[in-house]
Ligand binder design. Structure first.
Ligand code: KG4
Ligand code: ZN
Length: 335
């Protein structure tokens, strides 16, 4: 069974062909970063226009790479939210048109669920239920107990900024560029993560598994403001390494605690921030120490891509879900 999957929730136009749920026949990603960089963030109107320009060639390339034609497609999966509404609509309209023209089923996929399913693609054995997943992206930071396909219990979430958002905002404040995550990840390797003791927010019992990342962003701003600019240049690597240390500490400590409290032995990482080298390393080390199994997607499947949407769509269809032509974009869709 071949699924054509489409993802346009933010600034990547992506199309993939997935066979039998897990096999990636193609996964084409066209990034718009170059068009947004100069604004220091994603400009929604620019994003929708760029999606419209490239969606057809991206789908064509995905089919070609998979050595398939439209007539070989058995179903169409598409992200319906959360994301930028104008961007989502481009993918949804395209997916609807293809499904309608081919007379094949259409399935809408939640973007966060998509990230999780990056772990079910054919690069490794899929995680066994139940497991704890940490979904960390530019817009979300969720700690979730996954009982089965589609059965989620949200244990905690960020109360303000998402982890990726904190990376992006700190990088922008320091004038490092956009998106901040990969830039800080690289620079932090040259700095001392213990140089500055930035706060680890909401670590006490009363906050449970919730996160907060806006305080650390303010702490970085305050630190920079009170440091002489002549000293600052040499300190940037220490600042970003210490910032990253605090963010990763919080994410890893809470994830391991959730697994221990819930007596779950498998941990699954997902979302754009799961590309972070320090988070990957520390979550692996922490999990091994506790005797847990840990699943982390390959870097290429961490950030937005359509392969993960095709995989999630396959399992949704297996569970009897199907969307119809009334499906629309849901900017604030919940997991
Ligand atoms: O999942 P994603 O591609 O898009 C959303 O669904 O939001 O995640 C993008 C986020 C951005 O905030 C980006 O800075 C962050 O993931 N990111 C990273 C790394 N690579 C991407 N954050 C930290 N370290 C990285 N290596
Ligand atoms: Zn994403």
């Amino acid at each position: 069974m071949k699924i054509l999957a489409i993802e346009t929730s933010c600034d990547e136009t992506s199309a993939a062909v997935i066979e039998d749920g897990r096999k990636v026949l193609s996964n084409i990603i066209s990034s718009q970063i170059e068009f947004h960089k100069k604004y220091g963030g994603i400009v929604p109107e620019v994003a929708s226009r760029k999606h419209i320009e490239v969606i057809s060639p991206v789908v064509k390339e995905a089919l070609e790479k998979a050595k398939a034609e439209f007539k070989d497609i058995d179903a169409v999966a598409v992200t319906y939210g959360p994301g930028l509404v104008g961007s989502l609509l481009v993918g949804i309209c395209y997916a609807k048109a293809v499904a309608y023209a081919l007379g094949k089923p259409l399935v809408g996929v939640n973007h966060l669920e998509g990230h999780l399913y990056a772990n079910f693609l054919d690069h490794s054995d899929p995680p066994k239920f139940p497991f704890i997943t940490l979904i960390v992206s530019g817009g979300h930071t969720h700690l979730v107990l996954v009982k089965d396909h589609g059965k989620y219990e949200i244990l905690g979430r960020t109360r303000d900024d998402a982890a990726g958002e904190a990376y992006d905002k700190v990088a922008r404040f320091l004038g490092l560029g956009f998106p901040g995550g990969p830039i800080i990840d690289k620079l932090a390797k040259e700095g001392n993560p213990k140089a500055i003791d930035f706060p680890r927010a909401m670590m006490s019992e009363e906050y449970g598994y919730d996160f907060s990342f806006s305080g650390i962003k303010t702490a970085v701003v305050n630190y920079v403001k009170k440091t002489r600019s002549s000293d600052l240049r040499t300190q940037i690597t220490d600042i970003v390494a210490s910032f990253q240390d605090a963010v990763v500490d919080t994410l890893v400590i809470k994830t391991i605690k959730a697994a221990k409290d819930k007596k779950i032995k498998t941990i699954v990482l997902a979302g754009g921030v799961s590309a972070n080298s320090e988070l990957r390393k520390r979550l692996k080390e922490g999990s091994i120490k506790e005797g847990f199994t840990v699943h982390i997607p390959p870097i290429s499947l961490c950030t937005d891509n359509a392969a993960m949407i095709g995989c999630a769509g396959y399992y949704r269809m297996k569970n009897g879900h199907k969307s119809d032509m009334s499906m629309s974009a849901v900017a604030g869709a919940k997991l």
